[in-house]
Design a protein around this ligand. Structure first.
Ligand SMILES: C[S@@+](CC[C@H](N)C(=O)[O-])C[C@H]1O[C@@H](n2cnc3c(N)ncnc32)[C@H](O)[C@@H]1O
Length: 211
């Protein structure tokens, strides 16, 4: 038995942002609302705003991805990795998460959503050495840009791109990361704002390309 489901009404934008994949995104969202608190994946205050502050904030990132392999570092509940994997079946995803209970949840969701484009790796990012470095790496709510760079940039191929979901202080985080930006040879570092006029909270993403 799950917790009492107190999920907000599905926002009208969900249909627009999820298109043909709405049913799958809806199934994931309802499972997360139902089991997320018990499994320690998400706090109770987040459940009533799961769609507008979490699911759809991840969904707006989908158009930034290119066909290839994306590593999602610190996937946790599957944000953004599972949402993006549902919306972009043309892209392969490797979800990297060290916590056993979260890995079990991710594997269960991959199976129940029948996602053929996802593998889950139980590891810390710094322990991962992909045979074929990733084309892009995503992360959300893992750490500040300065400390996230050493965890994520080494996973990328030359010319690969970081797509890191960030809060309102993204520009300040970039200023504070000057040393790591140089050390890991990042260029074209920029903040893009997604979901403006569509979502209550815009999504801010730091994009950067590795030399
Ligand atoms: C605050 S949670 C965010 C989870 C999810 N990305 C989200 O937005 O809901 C941070 C996640 O990063 C994972 N994590 C922490 N350090 C990590 C590392 N070095 N490598 C990979 N994952 C890490 C944690 O286990 C946790 O699941």
């Amino acid at each position: 038995m799950g917790v009492e489901l107190d999920l907000e009404t599905e926002p009208i934008q969900a249909a627009e942002l999820c298109g043909d994949h709405l049913e799958q995104v809806r199934a994931f969202t309802h499972d997360l609302a139902d089991q997320g608190e018990i499994l320690g994946l998400i706090g109770p205050v987040e459940i009533p705003r799961l769609w507008s502050r979490h699911i759809l904030n991840c969904a707006v990132v989908a158009p930034l991805l290119r066909p290839g392999v994306v590593g999602d570092v610190g996937s946790g509940a599957g944000l953004p990795g599972l949402v993006l994997a549902i919306l972009r079946p043309d892209v392969s995803f490797v979800l990297i998460e060290p916590m056993e209970r979260r890995v079990a949840w991710l594997n269960d969701q991959v199976a129940s959503l029948a996602l053929a484009n996802v593998t889950v790796t139980r590891a810390r990012a710094e322990e991962v050495h992909p045979e074929h470095p990733f084309d892009q790496v995503t992360a959300r709510a893992v750490s500040a840009f300065r400390t996230l760079i050493p965890l994520t940039a080494p996973l990328l191929r030359s010319g690969g791109e970081l797509v890191l979901m960030k809060g309102a202080r993204a520009e300040e985080e970039i200023e504070g990361a000057a040393k790591a930006i140089r050390k890991y040879r990042l260029h074209d570092v920029e903040v893009v704002t997604l979901g403006e006029g569509v979502l209550p909270d815009v999504t801010r993403v730091i994009r950067a390309t590795v030399e």
